[in-house]
Design a binder for this molecule. Structure first.
Ligand SMILES: *[C@@H]1O[C@H](CO)[C@@H](O)[C@H](O)[C@H]1NC(C)=O
Ligand SMILES: *[C@@H]1O[C@H](CO)[C@@H](O)[C@H](O)[C@H]1NC(C)=O
Ligand SMILES: *[C@@H]1O[C@H](CO)[C@@H](O)[C@H](O)[C@H]1NC(C)=O
Length: 487
């Protein structure tokens, strides 16, 4: 759960490519909202299986549906009585996690075909790699992992399963781009898999002769991206340990919190690694077990885990750094003669140092999150609004990038920079087709589960922008009171 992955770069063709299975599917992916439906109606008891395989499960833990308002979201682990801080909650012996290790000699992986497919995948596409492994076990009669796999949700709420309308409902281009990229990847990969499997004899078929298509690949990729952990694998010959993604049965039922009550640990034992979770705080009866999946923006929570965190302090919005856009923002803020599009040579030099100009610049800048304004954007504005090279040169780049460095280039410079960022925020808000109030009234009317997720997502993005505007206005007030006090 600790890493996200990137897909091969592909230009955006259309925003609303949806994953629709054209042919009959062995693993039907229903777009219904029942994310708590398991693959089979009465799966084996996961707790018993883990214990039978030599794992430890704290006696006060039970599997229970997680509810919020009157919707059931899925299964989670809950304490059936108080559990003191420090208690061992779950311990899995090394043969229980489902993983793929390239150098794993005793790998249960029988088919070289799957390995060939893997070679087509870049290392960062680990979710799909492990997903293929999962599909292979899902198709295998009598798989060791069947008690685990049969308890997996039948469907996921990740946006790759959204209908076109709900993808559009997200209203936020960077996420639309990611969703589209993943869908395209799945469709392309589906073709590659089919080509590889076509010529095979049934005995060599890695999926037991069953057809694999974009829907089943999407199911597997979502199962992995929403559940896998990156932990250390086996010691390699040179004594180092690789960071490998793996699926941890039972442990992966813990939901996320930025203030978790449980923590994942790996017992250092050369022969027999154990993956464990311990209680990080006292856990009260009926409380769910929560792990921190990472300090992520809502983009990743939605893409990988299929939910949105309200008032997520790590949520940000992305903008493209662009002189013309800054000029427009200055005009909107009533600042005369903006010339962000034509910086002086010394300013251009600093922009290059900030990686906002020059060869292979990184033009993506963010607003919101803990930083409020990305340091590179703040520094650029401060520098572009300064007329005096000498004053600027007195400060190092880190000071210029820091919002907490108080007015390094003077109060007037700072206030103007803030005004322009606020205007930039206003422009970004106008780009959303609806206002928060309209979104909220849509939610009140009642919409499908996926529409609700999409609408919640865009409400949160707009809130991030509004919070940045409030924060900077607050800072401007403080500055102007200082200004009058010192005058
Ligand atoms: C997990 O937590 C998120 C965020 O709090 C929530 O939206 C989601 O419904 C939870 N999932 C389950 C299965 O409880
Ligand atoms: C625009 O650039 C000129 C010359 O570099 C400078 O004198 C002027 O102050 C700049 N205007 C703004 C708004 O920064
Ligand atoms: C702006 O946000 C920062 C970081 O979240 C916070 O520490 C600060 O108090 C906020 N300032 C104002 C004026 O809202």
């Amino acid at each position: 759960m600790l890493l996200t992955y990137s897909m091969p770069g592909q230009e955006l063709v259309c925003f609303t490519l949806v994953l629709i299975s054209q042919t009959s599917v062995i693993y039907p992916i229903k777009c219904a909202a029942s994310y708590h439906t398991r693959i089979v109606p009465h799966p084996p008891d996961l707790l018993k299986w883990v214990k039978r395989e030599g794992g430890f499960v704290h006696q006060a833990l039970k599997i229970s549906p997680q509810q919020q308002d009157d919707t059931t979201y899925g299964l989670g682990l809950v304490a059936s009585q108080d559990i003191p801080k420090g208690s061992l909650l779950i311990s899995l012996p090394h043969h229980i996690p489902l993983k793929f290790e390239a150098d794993d000699a005793d790998s249960r992986l029988s088919s070289s075909v799957v390995s060939t497919l893997w070679e087509h995948l870049a290392e960062e596409l680990w979710a799909m790699k492990l997903g293929l492994r999962l599909l292979q076990e899902r198709a295998k009669v009598g798989s060791f992992w069947w008690p685990y796999i049969s308890n997996l949700p039948e469907t996921y709420s990740a946006p790759i399963f959204f209908q076109g309308e709900d993808i559009k409902n997200l209203q936020y281009a960077p996420l639309l781009y990611q969703v589209n990229k993943r869908c395209r990847f799945l469709l392309d990969f589906d073709q590659a898999v089919r080509r590889n499997l076509e010529s095979l004899k049934p005995n060599d078929h890695p999926f037991g002769g069953q057809e694999v298509d974009a829907s089943s690949l999407g199911w597997a990729m979502s199962a992995v991206s929403s559940r896998a952990f990156r932990l250390y694998g086996k010691m390699t010959a040179d004594g180092t340990r690789n960071n490998v993604p793996m699926l941890l049965p039972l442990i992966d039922m813990c939901n996320h919190s930025f203030k978790p009550n449980a923590q994942i640990l790996q017992e250092e034992d050369k022969e027999n690694d154990k993956s464990q979770i311990k209680a990080e705080t006292d856990i009260k009866q009926d409380n769910p077990l929560l792990l921190n999946y990472g300090y992520l923006s809502n983009d990743f929570f939605l893409l990988d885990y299929g939910f949105v965190i309200p008032s997520n302090p790590y949520d940000t919005i992305e903008l493209k750094y662009d002189g013309a856009l800054l000029d427009a923002a200055s005009m909107a803020a009533g600042i005369p003669q903006p010339n962000f599009s034509s910086p002086a040579a010394w300013q251009q030099q600093i922009l290059s140092q900030l990686n906002l100009a020059g060869e292979a610049p990184i033009l993506k800048v963010t607003l919101g999150g803990l930083e409020v304004v990305e340091g590179r954007l703040l520094a650029a504005l401060r520098v572009l609004l300064a007329s005096d090279v000498e004053t600027v040169r007195k400060h190092d780049l880190n000071t210029l990038k820091s919002l907490s460095a108080e007015t390094p280039l003077g109060i007037a410079n700072e206030v103007t920079a803030f005004r322009i960022i606020i205007a930039l925020c206003a422009i970004a808000l106008e780009h959303f087709p609806t206002k928060i109030m309209e979104d909220e009234s849509l939610l009140k009317q009642g919409v499908s589960a996926n529409s609700e997720l999409a609408i919640q997502f865009r409400i949160q993005k707009k809130s991030v922008i509004i919070d940045v505007m409030r924060n900077l206005s607050g800072r401007m007030k403080l500055l102007s009171s200082k200004d009058t006090a010192s005058a």
